[in-house]
Design a protein around this ligand. Structure first.
Ligand code: PAF
Length: 298
């Protein structure tokens, strides 16, 4: 059996990965703020499983999945640093952008950094129940030299947790494409408190097209080329495929949690400002949510 993975936090995607690993006999530990064993129910493909995860007792940890929200990543990695092996491999997995550079700067030269961008759907109707609600896929890429040179079979082992998985050289185009989708669906559904599918209604189309036109300009300034039409079709397709879903941002708003607005629309606004671009439709959407949410939810 291979060395255990450490899964950080109790988020839906982390517990989805942990559950699929446990079901394929991969040994693993859980890392949480309050160290205690976790018993929970995992529902997938019409079946229910009783799962148990043990809290990590001792490092050094050599393989770590960090599926926490973008705004928590840097703090969590700082907390983990003293417990990481010199050649540890860390895999980030979240919506939004802006974490890779600060995390890379924290790691030792031998410690690898990866990003897994997944479209699997999972949610927790309550704290001790995880539902695999949508079969998706995952794109994984090494994001520093230590990951590119690593002999640890990260892709093969992560395939058990988040399959089907494609290993690519450069995660940036995939992160930007996901950012395009998230920067439309997440803030709009959070603002209008609607299911993803409702955004296919005629009344939203002009705003969605304007958001995507601005997105394409910012992405181009950052070296990523996209066509507005292709992105518009992609957004419509995601809205139709996930028509009954409540986006992660709407779920956060409803539950009174902090949202990923900063790592999604906020990241776009920062990049636009850095390149002296004006993106008024995203700006207005950010301000509309700012007016609606508590300051700590931004
Ligand atoms: O964040 C989410 O909810 C999802 O990434 C997406 C694609 C918007 C579907 O709900």
């Amino acid at each position: 059996m291979s060395a255990p993975w450490l899964v950080v936090g109790k988020g839906a995607i982390g517990l989805l990965a942990a559950s699929r690993w446990l079901l394929s006999n991969q040994s693993l530990w859980l890392w949480q703020k309050t160290p205690q064993p976790l018993s929970y129910r995992f529902s997938a493909g019409g079946r229910d499983f009783a799962m148990q995860l043990q809290n990590a007792v001792q490092g050094p940890f050599s393989k770590v999945l960090v599926p926490v929200k973008a705004y928590d990543v840097v703090h969590v990695v700082q907390t983990l640093l003293p417990h990481l092996a010199d050649k540890a491999q860390l895999v980030l997995c979240h919506n939004g952008m802006g974490t890779l550079e600060p995390v890379a700067a924290l790691l030792k030269p031998g410690q690898g950094l990866w990003f897994a961008s997944t479209s699997h759907g999972a949610y927790k109707p309550h704290a001790l129940h995880v539902i695999h609600s949508g079969l998706g896929s995952t794109v994984l890429a090494p994001c520093n030299d230590a990951a590119r040179c690593s002999e640890t079979p990260i892709a093969a082992e992560l395939t058990q947790a988040l399959s089907p998985l494609t290993l690519v050289d450069d995660i940036q185009p995939y992160l930007w494409q996901k950012l395009a989708v998230n920067s439309v669906i997440n803030p709009l559904t959070a603002l209008h408190q609607c299911q993803n599918g409702e955004l296919n209604q005629a009344q939203y189309q002009a705003q969605i097209k304007a958001l995507l036109a601005e997105f394409v300009q910012v992405a181009a300034a950052c070296g990523q080329q996209f066509s507005e039409d292709t992105l518009y079709q992609l957004v419509q397709q995601v809205q139709s495929n996930t028509a009954q879903n409540f986006s992660s941002m709407l779920q956060d708003v409803t539950a009174g949690r902090r949202t990923e607005l900063g790592a999604i629309t906020g990241y776009l606004l920062q990049q636009a400002a850095a390149h002296q671009l004006s993106i008024p439709t995203h700006q207005a959407l950010y301000q509309a949510l700012e007016a609606k949410l508590a300051p700590w939810q931004l």
